[in-house]
Write a protein that binds this ligand. Sequence first.
Ligand code: CU
Length: 161
Amino acid sequence: MIKIIIVVILGILLTEIPSAFAEKNTFKTLVIQNVWIKDNPFNHPMTAGYLTIYNKSNSDTKLIAVSSSIAERIEIHQMSMDNDIMKMRPLKDGLIIPANTITYLKPGDFHLMFFGLKKQMTPMETHLINLTFQKLGTIAVRALVKPSENGERLNHKKHNH
Ligand SMILES: [Cu+2]
């Protein structure tokens, strides 16, 4: 019986490894996971970042500020369709994280926008990002740099996903 349990536990551990970078950050009533940054073309000062926020509490919260030593400024952006053109705008008052809900910041949707990158974003490297939530405070989470898919690079002129 103990052997079976050990095998089961090992199995769980092993299946966890590939998604190790779904590093789970528990912060008060929030669970923050899958934090990643798109690599940037050489010498391009901007990139985008993504994450998942699970709000386990019965009250809404708000992501109000994001900062990191790797960028001069980080904004929270929303994408929306405007006459068939994908546009993005900063959420000046922050992003509401509704109660008992998982909020996804993902490509083509809400995202973080990094301006004035102070270094090259190299795949597989990790960087710390500070997330500030209304009433809850600030947590530093580790973000993994991932390569842009299909050579698709961040292009501010055409966001046609
Ligand atoms: Cu943006």
